[in-house]
Each structure stands twice: as C-alpha cells, then as structure tokens.
Write a protein that binds this ligand. Structure first.
Ligand SMILES: [Zn+2]
Length: 423
C-alpha cells in the first residue's frame, strides 16, 4: 500500500525493533539480512494492519442488548441508561480487552475510539498490544463520567497530558456531536485540541433528524455550522457524514477533514447512505469505521470493506465505483492518514512502523488467486487473518493472542453479562 500500491510476489519484509528496514523479494531480503526470528509467509498475503477510524470499543459489552430500533429510542431508552448504570474504569478495562481481541483477530491493528474513562481504555489497549487513538468524550449534559461540559473538558485535558508521547496510544478530544454539544462546547474543544496539538473526533450528520435539529436551531446545515465555528481542519475525524449535501462535501474536502464511513452501523440503524462515491470524487479523505458493537454488531473491518464496496455500486448503479484497490487504501493508508498517523503506519514501506497482518490463502474461498485486492475485499473473512504484528511485536500468531489469556477475556465478558442482566 505504498504510493504506487506495489505488489511484491514472493516478497519479504525485514524488520528491526519496531521499524521496517526494507521490503523486497524474499531472495533480496534473505541475501542481505539474517534473523533468528523468521515468520514464514508461504501461501499468505502480507499487508498493513487494517484501521478502524470510528468506534466505541467498550460497547462490545452491550453487543446485542437492544436491536431493531430507531436511533433515538435505541440511544435514549437502552444505550444511555445502560451506560449510566454500568460504565466505570473496571468495565471499560475489561470490555476494551475483548474489543482489542476481536479487532486484532480480524486484522485491525489501530482503532480510533470515543468514549469515557479512556485512561482505562489506554491501559487495556497497551496490555493487549494494540495501537489506538483514544478520545475522551465531551457532552453538555451530565453522565457517570462528568457533570458539566467544563468537567468533561478538564477530564479530556488531563487524559491528553497523561498519554501524550506514548508509543501506542494517541490521545484525542472527542466532542460527541452537534446535537449534544453547544457551539461554546465545540469551540472550547477545538481550542483545547489546537493548544494540545491532538486530533478531534466527532459524530457528524449521522441522521436526517440531526440535520433537521441543527438547521432549526442555527439556520445552517451541520457542516456549515462547524465551518462557521472554525472547527474544521485536517485534525478532525468526522464519523458518518451520511446527510451531507454537495456544498458540504466540498467544504469537507477543502478543509481536509477525515471522514469515517460506518456503513454497517448506518444500514442497521437505517440512518441512510453516506455519499462516499461523491466524497471520493471531490477528494474527501474517507476511511472505515465500525462504530460501536451495539449498533453493528461486530468490529470487523473486512466485512465493512466488502459491504461498502457492494452497496455503493448498487446505489450508484455503477460497478466501477469503490473498486477493490480504493477500498483497501481506505482501510489502510488512508485510514492512517485520517488519524494523523500516516507517517508511521498504513503501508509496508521502509522507515514505517511494523503494523502488519498475514492472511492465510490456503482456504477454499480464497482459491485460486488472480488479484490480491479482489480477495481482500470480496472474499476474505476475519477468520483468515493468521498473524498480527503491532509496533514490531507479534501479538497474534496462528490465530492465538500472545499478550493475554483469551479464555479469561471471554470469561470476564460473560461474567459482566450476568451482572448486567437481560433488561
Ligand atoms: Zn459512534
């Protein structure tokens, strides 16, 4: 996934510490380097780790708690009450371990989170060995984590200062959405992000209802409202962008805003279809997010890729849009770029950090092989991911997590489910 999307047949990657030294044919690499650690790649596709640019990782513990409902009813009557009842550092820590396990085993090496008690999420992600951009959530109304917008902002600042400079964790600031944050809160969030030099992560134009509320209140569409507040720039990761009109798409492109497209969550909540083909045509930076597991209901980027490619072809009655190579770029190099990590990860190139996955081709549904991009997008499944390396360290080998006990992670999740009950 370098600039020219080169594919090396019978390739090899030399890694020292966490850095990629060189990429070439196995003949070139083996004649130049010697290592006691050689990971065999025969019959496998080696590609950059996949990047999930919008999720609420700890929501895996609310997977399947309420489905088949409108967004407002789902949020107000099910998700927010459950969060207020159960969220706390211990819940977040245990749930994030499960989320990391699920994502790593599906080839995701980096995720972009927005939630609460993010210090606990940072500790859990580091323990499992996953890269993350973690956003401390900001709202105008009280929840278990803070009482006022200013308290959320103070928490966010403390969180950023705790984690800045960490090898795996990039802290960020995450005002929830335009309908849950006042213009003042949004402005303060943006000022804080600029001052601390960290990304901003926000939900934007997810539903038609939200657009109606913003237009009613501010006489402007959501993207224009943010533009008016001076909020938009290349540090912003905007999740969803389902209901954006042409002038808003041009604004997103002009300001360099990164978009996280959450196809399966939008489908399940019947939010609508983000105009991804139009965004790409305008030069908007678009990547993939799963959203939380309560609305998806998994954290599977390979499945997002396949669904997205097909839905947008059908929507535009044009099978040439979102071709396989574009979709893989969105899930790797462009995803890294959207998160501000483009100089570190997202491709397998000399000098980059080794976040690499290996997909086992020795499967009936991946045989025969003509085109690697085609297989990754249209045929591969999460369960085909065999080996996962993050920051130069193998964290999944032969589909087994090496950094923690998988059965304990699953056991803890089941124990929490008993506590949470069936309501
Ligand atoms: Zn979300």
């Amino acid at each position: 996934m370098d600039e020219s999307c080169s594919v090396v047949k019978d390739g090899a990657v030399a890694i020292n510490g966490n850095k990629i030294l060189e990429v070439g044919t196995s003949h070139e690499i083996l004649s130049k380097y010697v290592s006691v650690n050689v990971i065999k790649g025969e019959g496998k596709i080696v590609l950059p780790g996949l990047i999930n640019t919008h999720t609420h990782a700890a929501m895996v513990y609310f997977r399947g708690i309420a489905d088949d409902l409108p967004l407002s009813e789902w949020l107000n009557n099910h998700i927010w009450p459950a969060e207020n009842r159960w969220l706390g550092p211990e819940f977040i820590s245990d749930a994030v371990e499960l989320a990391c396990l699920e994502m790593l085993k599906g080839g995701v090496t980096t995720y972009n989170d927005m939630y609460f008690f993010e210090d606990a999420a940072g500790e859990a992600s580091k323990k499992i060995g996953m890269r993350a951009v973690l956003g401390s959530g900001i709202l105008d109304f009280p929840s278990v984590s803070a009482k006022s917008a200013d308290e959320y902002l103070d928490n966010a600042e403390r969180f950023v200062n705790n984690w800045k400079g960490d090898e795996l964790i990039t802290p960020c600031i995450a005002p929830h959405a335009l309908y849950t944050c006042s213009p003042e809160t949004l402005r303060k969030s943006k000022e804080k992000a600029d001052e601390l030099n960290v990304p901003l992560h926000i939900h934007l134009s997810e539903t038609e209802w939200e657009v109606g509320e913003i237009v009613k209140e501010y006489k402007m569409r959501p993207v224009e409202h943010l533009e008016n507040l001076g909020f938009l720039d290349k540090n912003v990761v905007a999740a969803h962008c389902v209901w954006v009109e042409d002038n808003e798409i041009r604004l997103l492109a002009r300001r360099g805003v990164g978009v996280s497209h959450c196809m399966e969550s939008n489908l399940k909540l019947a939010s609508g279809f983000a105009p991804v083909a139009a965004m790409l045509a305008e030069g908007v930076r678009v990547s993939f997010g799963t959203d939380g597991a309560a609305s998806n209901n998994d954290l599977n980027i390979l499945s997002e890729m396949s669904t997205t490619a097909k839905v947008h072809k059908a929507l535009s009655r044009n099978p040439t849009v979102l071709d396989a190579k574009t979709v893989v770029l969105m899930a790797t190099r462009w995803g890294a770029d959207v998160l501000g990590l483009g100089n570190k990860v997202g491709s397998i190139e000399k000098g980059k950090i080794a976040d690499i996955i290996m997909v086992n081709l020795n499967k009936p549904h991946l045989t025969p092989l003509y085109n690697v991009y085609s297989h990754i997008v249209y045929a591969a499944m999460a369960s085909d991911v065999e080996t996962v390396m993050v920051n130069g360290k193998v964290v999944v080998d032969g589909r087994k997590l090496l950094t923690a006990d998988e059965s304990e992670i699953i056991y803890k999740a089941r124990t929490w489910r008993e506590k949470i009950g069936i309501k």
